[in-house]
Design a protein around this ligand. Structure first.
Ligand SMILES: Nc1ncnc2c1ncn2[C@@H]1O[C@H](COP(=O)(O)OP(=O)(O)OP(=O)(O)O)[C@@H](O)[C@H]1O
Ligand SMILES: [Mg+2]
Length: 423
């Protein structure tokens, strides 16, 4: 047997599956500094749900790694690929380029004995209101995405707008939205505005303040009375990229958070129901007609969606996935420059860390909290001794209780996130 490491795979699974349903992500780095060289292959377990963290300083290769993951899912043997649906939250607008082969690093790709390849099961979504803008920039978007206001609870609105529940605005908004929800009918932003306008208990000042706030929300262009059907985005073997990079208003993060909150909740619910159906079919022996794949949610710039210091509207749904996603089969990968800024509840559920260079002690301590059995000084040494070339990273695998260095393999599809240069 060829010696290789499979990150995230338990001993028992290794015995049964060997390296089946894994992705090739790079090679071990042995030695440090000038002596560093590459040895055996490192693969990543794609059989079971994981919570993983990708961290590292700016421009060290984090989004690039997410692309490597996606490529490996795209190239899995069909029987495994059909059982994973991947959703990538793309805040930088860089994952669309995976539809093209990596011609820009062709020498490197060949050095690794790989071939440039365009990924063909990628579907890109962007806010419906911005489709023309993308078209003008020649970015190949497949479909629009919009969200329906009635999908959100009063509490969601308060969190999205950062409103105190006890403030006059908060009280009025909560009461009126709750009444609309109770009516069990679909409603638009305009309906919320009219409802509040007719509310005798809300003063004119407060009415105006809420109207202004909601009018701005309407202008974000992502709300639609019908909203996209999230479950239709979850397809066997499909990589769904949600490009949220062009939302530019001052409240862009509120909108992104609302979208991610909705997607995370739907993903979790879809899998909880699917899991029950799978169990029933196992017991009765009946073949499932509409089998739903397991889901892998990958979030770039994740500290904005699940920050350590404040609660956003997407915080709770993401915590639920990280804590309870294993049984229904939902994986989560969070990507950040600052692991210290990711909520502790996510860190404590993380079983795999891939980290490029980091220089802050606080960030290192955050990684250490994932694998406390390992001495923090040793981790510091590992991260500091990483070779300064692109793709060098440390892996912490809590499943194997192992820490080692890896060189992430070059991408076979085009990576659009390179550093800008003046010349
Ligand atoms: N494994 C690798 N092999 C070769 N080149 C790489 C590798 N990883 C990263 N690079 C190079 O580094 C550049 C930056 O990578 P990437 O866009 O992933 O950075 P990042 O960590 O996501 O940065 P930011 O924090 O700014 O989002 C890539 O465009 C690529 O040229
Ligand atoms: Mg990035």
């Amino acid at each position: 047997m060829v010696y290789q490491t499979i990150v995230g795979r338990s001993k028992k699974d290794l015995e049964i599956y060997n390296d089946k349903c894994t992705g090739y992500i790079g090679k071990h780095i042995v030695g440090t500094g000038e002596d560093a060289h590459l040895t055996t292959k490192v693969r990543f377990d794609l059989l079971r749900p994981h919570v993983s963290l990708i961290s590292g300083k700016r421009g060290t290769g984090k989004s690039y790694i997410a692309g490597v993951f996606v490529e490996e899912v795209c190239n899995l043997e069909e029987k495994y690929r059909e059982n994973i649906a991947t959703v990538v939250i793309d805040t930088m607008g860089i994952f669309w380029s995976m539809k093209f082969p990596n011609e820009q690093q062709i020498q490197l790709v060949e050095d690794w004995k790989l071939k440039p390849q365009a990924m063909n099961n990628i579907k890109i979504f962007a806010p419906t209101s911005q489709l023309k803008e993308y078209e003008k920039s020649n970015i190949p978007i497949d479909e629009g995405i919009s969200i329906a206001p009635y999908e959100f609870s009063a509490e969601d609105w308060l969190l999205a707008f950062n409103l105190e529940r006890t403030s006059s605005i908060g009280i009025s908004l909560e009461k009126n939205i709750n009444q609309l929800i109770k009516s069990e009918e679909k409603f638009s932003i305009d309906d919320i505005i009219s409802k509040i306008r007719d509310d005798n208990e809300t003063s004119d000042d407060i009415k105006n303040a809420i109207k202004n706030m909601l009018t701005v929300a309407e202008q974000w262009g992502v709300f639609d009375e019908n909203g996209s059907d999230i479950s239709s985005m979850i397809k066997p073997g499909q990589i769904t990229i949600i490009d949220l990079s062009r939302l530019r208003s001052s409240q862009a993060w509120s909108v992104r958070n609302l979208i991610v909150a909705l997607i995370s909740r739907k993903i979790y619910d879809i899998r909880v129901i699917a899991r029950k159906e799978e169990e029933v079919s196992k017991i009765t022996g009946e073949i499932l007609k509409n089998k739903k794949p397991m889901i892998w949610l990958i979030i770039d710039e994740a500290h904005n969606f699940i920050p350590s210091d404040i609660e956003t509207v997407s915080s709770e749904p993401l915590k639920i996935i990280s804590k309870q996603g294993r049984e229904p089969g939902v994986s989560l990968t969070v990507i950040t420059q600052m692991p210290n800024k990711i909520h502790q509840d996510i860190l404590s559920q993380t079983d795999i860390v891939i980290s490029n260079r980091l220089t802050s002690r606080d960030d290192l301590e955050a990684l250490h909290s994932v694998m406390q059995t390992y001495h923090s000084e040793n981790l510091w040494k590992y991260i500091n001794s990483l070779p300064r070339w692109p793709g060098a990273a440390v892996i912490l695998d809590d499943n194997m209780e192992k820490v080692f260095t890896i060189n992430i393999r070059p991408r076979i599809s085009w990576h659009a996130g390179g550093t800008a240069i003046i010349a």
